[in-house]
Design a protein around this ligand. Structure first.
Ligand code: ADP
Ligand code: MG
Length: 250
């Protein structure tokens, strides 16, 4: 199983939407996909239309439950470890645990049967994100093509460098996905040029446009493929999934 952290230390940039629909696209291409919602806001869990009835990722991190007991199967190839608001309190408590950065990695060790795992990280660089970075080998940065979100990326790259030095020498930035792109906005193109200069060869050719239907679909608990299979956003996410597979070499 190849594990990817979908990351941005800011909220509202389209991370959960992108992670979910990329996962759904990969599942439709025949890959076994496990999504992990590591955000106490549990947006991705809601977007899939599931609840954490059998316990959320919180119980996994505290050791009260095993992954196999809380995984919710959403469709043939798509499953999720759901989150819940209890995770915000748990993050605080887990801070006192020895080996607190290793909790997710250890809890996920026995999970088998998936090709790809995508972790939707919380919009901060706290203990939960550090747990994701300690387990995964790959990072995908999800970015909006605006200058403000770009400013935070330096911080992010710094955290990744520290985790690499101290906790996980295998971690790499494997891709940067641009979302909420509007080709009519000159600034967007300028920012993308900057990002491509900074992250050489890492920026996905496929860009996800800003489209209101991508905001509508999750409010019905559906992926874009289920909600609007003929919409151009589906084509974009299929292309994104294909590019993901090509880049990952699997
Ligand atoms: P994050 O996980 O970074 O906080 P979300 O995925 O929750 O971001 O997206 C933030 C808001 O933007 C949500 O209301 C979502 O529906 C909307 N959104 C996300 N991606 C797009 C897109 N490509 N086009 C239009 N709206 C989007
Ligand atoms: Mg989110």
């Amino acid at each position: 199983m190849k594990v990817y952290c979908c990351l941005n230390q800011k909220g509202g940039v389209g991370k959960s939407t992108t992670t979910y629909n990329l996962g759904a696209g990969l599942a439709l291409l025949g890959r076994k996909v496990l999504l992990v919602d590591l955000d106490p806001q549990a947006n991705m869990t809601r977007f899939l239309g599931v609840t954490a009835e059998n316990g959320s990722v919180t119980k996994l991190l505290t050791g009260e439950k095993e992954a196999k007991d809380i995984i919710v199967k959403r469709s043939e190839n798509l499953a999720i470890i759901p989150s819940s608001i209890s995770l915000s309190g748990a993050e605080f408590k887990l801070f006192a645990e020895p080996g607190r950065e290793l909790l997710l990695k250890e809890a996920m060790e026995k999970v088998k049967g998936y090709d790809i795992c995508l972790i939707d990280c919380p919009p901060s660089l706290g203990l939960l994100t550090v747990n994701a970075l300690t387990w995964a080998k790959n990072i995908i940065i999800v970015l909006q093509p605006e200058f403000a979100p770009l400013e935070g990326v330096a911080n992010l790259v710094d955290t990744i460098r520290i985790v690499k030095q101290r906790l996980n020498k295998h971690i790499e930035i494997s891709g940067v996905i641009i979302t909420m792109f509007d080709s009519r906005i000159k600034l967007h193109k300028e920012v993308i040029t900057e990002v491509e200069k900074h992250f050489v060869k890492k920026v996905y050719t496929t860009k996800i446009a800003r489209r209101s239907i991508l905001a509508e679909a999750p409010s019905h608990g559906k992926s874009i493929f289920e909600y609007a299979p003929k919409d151009q956003a589906c084509k974009a996410f299929t292309e994104l999934a294909q590019e993901f597979i090509k880049r990952s070499g699997k």
